[in-house]
Unconditional design. Structure first.
Lengths: 434, 460
């Protein structure tokens, strides 16, 4: 793993500290302190590279106060690769050991190194969690007041846990699904994700349906490794690289026209495998092809010419669209989800003010920085309220969960839904009437 | 150097208003200017004029230098900390206090972001014209301190033309108001004008009373594309000769076009030698007539194409793209050294040629863009601060560019200020008598030399 002192200095130098990132940074906006801004953080990274600063505890904390939303990357005319800087800096912070404490280390070992890299174990845990939730035991525990015995941090965690679906992706999607021969135009791989696989498997089903409706043969290997974004963003680039290699083995890019992801956070990282594996003698070339072929579902559908659903008596529905940071800033996919939503008959899309401002989910940020996360969530819910829309479309499991929890806690009856689900519903409506 | 007693500061500032750790200070050791760096001893965030006053009294008592700062986007090193200084950051004094629709004024604290003031004015159909490149984050206080310009300077002037009054904290902590809402006022010296563009060396501006004007009813944006720089320059001359004053008349050279397009994707032609971005605003009939006339002039001067923005959004996107020019140039090289040599408009073509020659002579990559309509050019050296030999050549080229500008009756800085970056060129530009007057003024207002020391000029 490269450290700040060893990385290409030109990446650090790319920042000419003009300050145009400042107004787009949610943490700087909240504190007005330069250290909490992109150029401030880069100046600290550069100080470490220059040998003027050690990777101190304060440095590490700052790197974890950053949301990693990459809004600064969109704003930056100079083309700074903040993502690379941020991942290197978090890895440096981890390597320094300043952030380590027994609980944190245990959690990192169990979750990051143990659970997420192992899809079968993750599904086992998911199954147990489902049993706990579906059996009614969770309700009993919640009512019993037992949760009050938990430390505050864990109690907050409990409140934000996702609801596990009864059937995971592999139980809903066959390994290969093919549209009728006359309609078949492309062959694509479908990435089912980790959290998405457990909590939002139906979105994966919807994605497969939408792809089939647009002439794509869908290949969905039943066991898939996690994409590794959570690891790369939390300072463990080595495990992230191992996962990248396993994903490339699972989806040899040469066999597909595109490799489809429907989660903004995953997609941003998946498209970055060529950077992650640049020094890998075996995988570097394949990783290049992989990064080129990974497509966000909205991006892909618009690229191949999305078929508009034909619904005879559409139900009028007002929808607003919240942009996942890593879809809009990480992947620059902004027009396509809106274009896709607009093809749905009866759907009225109202623009969300500050649509591309982070909702505070940001991977595990809502757990590590609950206060800042809450502020951002409230800001987001306020803007959603202004639109008058009762449906919020967003294309990332973290955002879906954050907004759903936020709406629930605020007593708002909002439907938080993936754009692809809305499209899949329209296609189903169309078939019903056909 | 006095020892810094933070207990003193704690008497009038809350703990959250004082930063002292290395991790907090490093990000305040620079502004938007390349290369210049200096650590401050502390950074403080007053929230009221009274706190600023207390701070300056403390500075006066302890002899601690104070460097005032807004968002730190300056381009001459004006807000780079002086040695041993405390940075006074006004970012938290960011309230708009009043928009007066009857007198067409806006009263704001100095930390208000320029864009926020412009948006507030627009909210009631009024217009605040100064639009520096960094207006999305630059502060009004910083704009006043540097007397910032922008893209609309040609028709609407610069920050100075919109300042009606200032609240200033003097170096000894006294608070003074100068100016008012009267359109006419000749009572005494115009002290506010002394503080505008004084780069934080005479006092700390805490409140600003701005003049607003009615929002122009219509606007048209044109993009003219050229195969040679001369054709673009000739177009500018002809537009001025035709007695048309557009609100914006910007030019980008080939290097700049490429960088801006790579960032903004607004459809600039990558094979052009120069483009002109022209904007006219006002009464719809006048706008229509002027844009037609300017398009005809551009074509007559050999423009390869003249495109009129179809929608206001398209026009705004072009202007926003132009505003990104300086930062976008950083795509090409690790270090971008931006100058703002300015000449009388009649000398523009000569100046552009001189810049090209000088760039060639010193074997440097130079991207040039700027406000063609008001003679304010931004030759930008694309270099690497780690390459000392090349940086030497940049120095020499800069010297020659400034000498050329002065020879043509121009100035060393049109809108970025002197700060540290142009300090050594100031005596040559002004002459000894001007400099003596400035030093004497500084001595009267800041006898201990505690406000932004080392900037603009040294005491005699």
């Amino acid at each position: 793993m490269k450290k700040l002192r060893e990385m290409d200095y030109a990446v650090l130098q790319q920042c000419m500290h003009c300050g145009l990132c400042l107004p787009t940074c949610p943490t700087y906006d909240a504190t007005k302190i330069e250290r909490n801004s992109p150029r401030g953080r880069i100046s600290l990274m550069r100080a470490i590279a220059d040998g003027d600063l050690e990777a101190t505890r304060a440095f590490g904390e700052e790197m974890y106060f950053c949301l990693g939303c990459l809004a600064c990357q969109t704003a930056c005319p100079a083309g700074v690769d903040y993502n690379q800087l941020f991942e290197t800096a978090r890895a440096e912070a981890e390597a320094s050991g300043h952030l380590a404490n027994p609980a944190r280390t245990l959690l990192r070992t169990v979750l990051l190194r143990g659970l997420f890299p192992s899809p079968r174990l993750l599904r086992l845990v998911g199954r147990l969690l489902w049993l706990y939730q579906a059996s009614g035991l969770e309700t009993i525990v919640r009512r019993s007041g037992l949760l009050r015995l938990l430390p505050k941090r864990l109690r907050a965690l409990e409140g934000q846990r996702p609801t596990i679906e009864r059937r995971f992706s592999h139980q809903q999607i066959a390994p290969v699904e093919t549209p009728s021969a006359a309609k078949r135009r492309y062959r694509v791989g479908l990435l089912t994700g980790c959290i998405q696989d457990l909590s939002y498997a139906s979105i994966n089903r919807d994605t497969a349906d939408v792809l089939l409706a647009n002439g794509c043969e869908v290949v969905t290997p039943p066991v898939q490794p996690c994409c590794g974004s959570l690891l790369a963003h939390n300072g463990d680039t080595e495990t992230a690289a191992a996962l990248a290699r396993r994903n490339i083995d699972t989806f040899p890019p040469g066999q597909f026209d595109a490799i489809i992801t429907n989660a903004g956070g995953c997609g941003s990282h998946l498209k970055n495998y060529h950077h992650l594996l640049v020094d890998d003698p075996v995988y570097a070339a394949q990783a290049k092809e992989w990064s080129r072929k990974v497509k966000d579902i909205h991006e892909w559908l618009v690229e191949i010419g999305l078929r508009a659903p034909q619904v005879i008596a559409p139900v009028t529905q007002t929808v607003t669209y919240h942009e996942s940071c890593h879809l809009c800033h990480g992947q620059k996919v902004t027009a396509q989800p809106r274009a896709l939503l607009k093809t749905i008959p009866g759907l009225r899309l109202v623009e969300l003010p500050e649509a591309n401002w982070c909702c505070g989910s940001a991977g595990v940020y809502n757990l590590t920085q609950p206060e800042m996360s809450r502020q951002l969530l409230e800001r987001k819910l306020g803007h959603i309220g202004q639109t008058g829309a009762l449906t919020v479309a967003t294309a990332n499991p973290g955002c879906l969960l954050q907004l759903a929890n936020g709406a629930r806690d605020a007593g708002l009856s909002l439907e938080i839904v993936h754009p692809i689900t809305l499209l899949a519903r329209a296609y189903r409506e169309e078939q019903k009437r056909a | 150097m006095s020892t810094l007693s933070f207990e003193d500061l704690a008497a009038f500032l809350a703990p959250g208003q004082i930063l002292t750790t290395p991790e907090d200070l490093i990000p305040y050791s620079f502004d938007g200017t390349a290369v210049l760096k200096q650590l401050p001893r502390a950074v403080v965030f007053p929230e009221t004029t009274a706190q600023v006053s207390d701070l300056l009294k403390w500075s006066h008592r302890t002899g601690t230098p104070i460097v005032t700062r807004g968002s730190g986007t300056g381009l001459s090193g004006g807000s780079v900390p002086s040695v041993g200084s405390v940075v006074l950051c006004l970012a938290r004094m960011n309230r708009i206090l009043e928009v007066d629709a009857r007198n067409l004024t806006l009263l704001a604290e100095a930390g208000v972001v320029t864009q926020a003031a412009a948006t507030a004015a627009e909210g009631i159909g009024l217009f605040y014209p100064p639009d520096p490149g960094s207006m999305k984050i630059s502060t009004l206080g910083g704009n006043v301190a540097e007397n910032s310009g922008g893209l609309r300077g040609l028709k609407y002037g610069v920050t100075r033309d919109y300042v009606m009054g200032l609240e200033i904290v003097l170096p000894d902590g006294e608070i003074v108001w100068t100016g008012n809402k009267c359109v006419k006022d000749v009572a005494g010296y115009s002290l506010k004008d002394l503080f505008i563009g004084s780069e934080g060396t005479l006092g700390v501006v805490t409140k600003i009373l701005l003049k607003l004007i009615p929002k122009p009813a219509a606007r048209a944006t044109l993009l003219a594309v050229y195969d040679s720089m001369d054709q673009a320059a000739a177009t500018v001359s002809e537009i001025i000769a035709a007695r048309i004053i557009p609100c914006t008349l910007e030019f980008l050279d080939r290097v700049t076009i490429e960088c801006v397009e790579n960032f903004s994707h607004v459809g600039l032609p990558l094979d052009a030698e120069a483009v002109l971005l022209i904007e006219t605003d006002g009464h719809p009939a006048a706008v229509a007539e002027e844009s037609q006339a300017m398009a005809a002039i551009a074509r007559a001067q050999g423009a390869r194409s003249v495109q009129v923005a179809a929608t206001p959004e398209e026009g705004a996107a072009l202007a926003a793209a132009r505003r990104s020019a300086f930062s976008a140039l950083a795509r090409v090289a690790p270090t971008t050294i931006l100058e703002d040599a300015t000449v009388p408009r009649s000398e523009l073509v000569t100046m552009i040629r001189r810049i090209e020659e000088i760039g060639r002579k010193y074997r440097l990559k130079v991207g040039t863009f700027g406000h063609m309509g008001d003679g304010n050019l931004h030759p930008t050296f694309l270099t690497n601060e780690k390459n000392h030999e090349e940086m030497e050549r940049v120095e020499q080229a800069m010297n020659e560019i400034f000498a050329a500008a002065l020879e043509l009756g121009g100035t060393i800085t049109g809108e970025h200020g002197v700060g540290l970056a142009k300090k050594r060129f100031l005596p040559g530009a002004l002459g000894s008598l001007n400099l003596r007057l400035m030093r004497e003024l500084k001595k009267v207002l800041d006898p201990k030399g505690l406000l932004n020391p080392g900037k603009m000029f040294d005491p005699a």
